[in-house]
Design a protein around this ligand. Structure first.
Ligand SMILES: NC(=O)c1ccc[n+]([C@@H]2O[C@H](COP(=O)([O-])OP(=O)(O)OC[C@H]3O[C@@H](n4cnc5c(N)ncnc54)[C@H](OP(=O)(O)O)[C@@H]3O)[C@@H](O)[C@H]2O)c1
Length: 345
């Protein structure tokens, strides 16, 4: 018998999420039965989609039930196994949730080879966020060399990969990020040609700065945030431009709706500029995993893809780290170190 410590959803947020929406609980886990394995979580991924799972409204995925363990991807070590496909000591990535231990029947698990890359990259650049960036620029809003690409949340888990991919493919790349420190990293390390700090610019100033940075218009917008950034981007879209609608984090808590453009203006811009706007959910594109890994894994392994992580220690600190992520407190991939490295427990 193992005792697992988990973070459960205590209540649904009314507006922005708070620490009171989470509760730490301990519960016993039975030993694995035939066909099951027991894992010890090492790394937990924090992702903006988790905010949506805290609400009860209609969405593409079911909400977390009240009292249930918060959903989330994690990298874990197998500590007991009665499953023929997994041995004690294997590292696996799966949807174990915000917990220290979990029982699994092996469905949906992916083995992680720590000799190829740090295991936690399976949650970031070589996992769901990295693949989101790749799918967005490859299949949803494909770009050609020489085109101008704008990426919002430019230094986050998705944006930092999208920016580097767009640059490697020959685009002129403009990032929008929150704060001077993030913008310095974007231009000095990630290769962005320009980075605009949305904290320092109101919508009008951001629109003017985008016009200056992209005088011939924006060919591709990788949309992560909505809010005033979207309002500033839309009038600067080039005729025939493409928008990969990936996320709209500025609106996830039901806030900032006053920053939205009126729908008739959005609609008429799409029409008159002949824009192609396409929303996507990365899980619909997992059949593209092979092509994604073939392009991105060599970039990571050779060090050409720059990585940054914001690591919080201890599962009990996951709620605060998650709230910080929603407010822009992270650089690159937001992670919680739940337990020691494999073999060190
Ligand atoms: N469609 C899909 O399948 C899919 C998959 C993964 C992620 N996503 C979406 O992609 C986006 C980025 O996800 P991620 O995991 O890479 O997160 P992230 O960018 O690492 O973190 C979120 C970032 O959003 C920015 N942000 C927060 N509030 C904002 C606001 N009001 N205005 C402008 N920016 C704001 C902050 O960056 P700054 O400090 O720079 O503002 C923050 O660091 C999210 O919208 C997420 O939901 C979609």
């Amino acid at each position: 018998m193992t005792t697992a410590t988990s973070i459960v959803l205590a209540s649904r947020p009314q507006g922005p999420a708070t620490l009171e929406n989470f509760r730490l609980e301990q519960h016993p886990l039975p030993d694995p039965t035939e066909g099951e394995l027991l894992v010890r979580v090492i790394w937990l991924s924090l992702d903006p989609y988790m905010r949506g799972r805290m609400d009860d409204g209609p969405s593409y995925a079911a909400p977390v039930a009240l009292g249930a363990v918060m959903t989330g991807g994690a990298v874990a070590e197998v500590v007991a196994s009665r499953h023929p496909g997994f041995a004690v000591g294997d590292l696996v990535m799966g949807a174990f949730g915000w917990t220290t231990h979990a029982i699994s029947d092996g469905a949906g698990l992916r083995k992680v080879d720590p000799r190829l890359a740090p295991p936690q990259t399976a949650l970031g650049v070589l996992g769901m966020p990295g693949m989101t960036a790749w799918v967005g620029l490859t299949d949803i809003a494909p770009m050609k060399p020489g085109e101008t690409v704008v990426i919002s949340a430019a230094t986050g888990a998705v944006g930092s990969v999208a920016g580097q991919l767009a640059k490697a493919r020959g685009a002129r790349v403009i990032g929008v990020a929150g704060g001077p420190e993030k913008c310095v990293w974007a231009t000095s390390e990630l290769g962005y040609d320009v980075c605009l700090d949305h904290h320092a610019l109101d919508e009008k100033a951001l629109r003017a700065a985008l016009r200056e940075a992209a005088p011939d218009g924006i060919d591709v917008y990788f949309e992560n945030v909505g809010g005033k950034t979207l309002a500033a981007v839309m009038p600067n879209m080039a005729t025939g431009g493409r928008i990969a609608l990936c996320g709209m984090i500025a609106w996830y808590s039901g806030q900032n709706f006053d920053e939205a453009l009126p729908l008739p203006r959005v609609w008429s811009t799409i029409l008159t500029r002949r824009l192609n706007v396409r929303g996507f959910i990365v899980s619909d594109h997992f059949d593209r995993s092979g092509a994604f890994a073939a392009e991105v894994a060599p970039l990571v392994m050779s060090g050409r893809m720059k990585l940054r992580e914001t690591v919080t220690d201890g599962l009990e600190n996951a709620p605060a780290a998650f709230l910080s992520l929603l407010e822009g407190g992270n650089f690159g991939k937001a992670l919680v170190r739940v337990g020691p490295d494999a073999g060190a427990a």
